[in-house]
Ligand binder design. Structure first.
Ligand code: HPA
Length: 287
């Protein structure tokens, strides 16, 4: 049975049929609810192996009602329904991006579905280029604030219904990033180096030019990527608290002499994904 999900499907009630069908496909009882959602970005998918404790079930994203499957290398495109400490967790390995031609509704659909399945906390991870001089590949940055680059290329939120736009405009102005979650994360013992800073989202798919990186530096960005902000804003709209964590996979374009490639991004992510998994598991144990 397919579920009719329109581009205007944004309220939790709209997503209930899709949530119920997802549980049926996963073989989980109708009453199953998660309380934490996790999105693992470019090259970070294997972190899930450290987060899931005990048995878990999985679905390919393409099978899940309302979701599209990612096609970019390093994005596995899978949901795991797992337990970690006291929590029931949905872990998404990979994400889709607006530069793949998807609408804003499509790139945030997984957040609305996770919210309909009960999550109250969302952890968004991504790969990002380091702009702040002291950042080194393999280090992390907890997102304390964000900026969207002030030029064309972002999909409009225009497909959302007017009521959603009004609600999002009158929501809290301090941004979706929850300082309490950052404090808890920083209290977890880890060998990873975790900075705090401002994440800038660029439209991609090409990496930035050196001039764009200088612009972002001037605007106050510490790291740059091509995702995450629409998901965080959508989560906040659903009343879900958000932690954002960027894996600094490379020095941003123009700040180092070597050319940047997607292979470098995924190779760096691979070196830290298991430590990230352990960090997130220990974080969930403290949550
Ligand atoms: N820029 C944009 N997106 C990225 C980068 C970058 O330098 N590294 C990983 N994702």
């Amino acid at each position: 049975m397919s579920i009719a999900l329109s581009q205007h499907t944004t309220t939790p009630a709209d997503w209930q049929p899709a949530a119920q069908q997802t549980l049926r496909l996963a073989g989980l009882p109708e009453s199953w609810r998660a309380d934490v959602g996790i999105v693992l970005g470019s090259g970070l998918g294997a972190a899930a192996e450290h987060i899931a404790e005990g048995d878990c079930c999985e679905l390919r994203m393409g099978e899940i009602p309302g979701l599209a499957a990612p096609h970019v290398a390093g994005h596995r495109g899978r949901w795991l329904f797992a337990r970690c400490g006291q929590h029931r967790v949905i872990v998404q390995q990979g994400r889709i991006h607006s530069y793949e031609g998807h609408s804003t509704a499509a790139i945030t659909a997984h957040i609305r579905l996770m919210a309909a399945l009960g999550i109250r906390t969302l952890i968004l991870t991504n790969a990002a280029g380091g702009i702040r001089r002291e950042f080194r590949p393999g280090e992390f940055m907890a997102i304390i604030d964000h900026l969207r680059a002030p030029h064309a290329g972002f999909p409009a939120w225009s497909e959302t219904v007017a009521a959603d736009c009004v609600r999002m405009q009158s929501g809290p102005q301090r941004g979706p990033w929850e300082s309490g979650l950052i404090r808890t994360l920083l209290s977890v013992p880890t060998s990873l180096h975790i900075h705090q800073g401002v994440y800038a989202m660029m439209p991609g798919p090409a990496y930035e030019t050196p001039a764009e990186v200088r612009m972002l530096q001037t605007l106050g960005a510490d790291a740059v990527g091509m995702s995450t902000i629409p998901e965080a804003l959508t989560a906040a709209d659903c009343g879900v608290q958000v932690l954002g964590l960027s894996c600094i996979t490379n020095i941003a374009c123009g700040l180092s002499s070597s050319p940047l490639s997607h292979a470098e991004v995924t190779a760096t992510a691979l070196t830290v994904e298991s430590q990230l998994g352990t960090l997130l598991r220990d974080f969930l144990h403290r949550l």
